[in-house]
Design a protein. Sequence first.
Length: 95
Amino acid sequence: MIRDALSMSAATITLMTAGCVTVTAALAPGAAAVRIVRSEADVASCTAVGNVRQPPDQNVDMRNLTVGVGGDTLFVTEGLSNHYIVAGVAYRCSK
């Protein structure tokens, strides 16, 4: 009986913590060089190339999305914290 209770507790803990695992996705070519900014002044002389947003029910590295639309800088317009970006505008700033 105790053995069954311990097995059930271990299974419950495993299932509860499974959602807490962070998977790091590979970066697209050029994505590591994407600058992430939060000030409009940082993109004042740049060209906007598209809006980017986290897809529903996914956790995508926003630098990949920025490179995908031709940008090299991401201006954050919506975030849940300093480390999780929900949406932004991709800019091309390099000459």
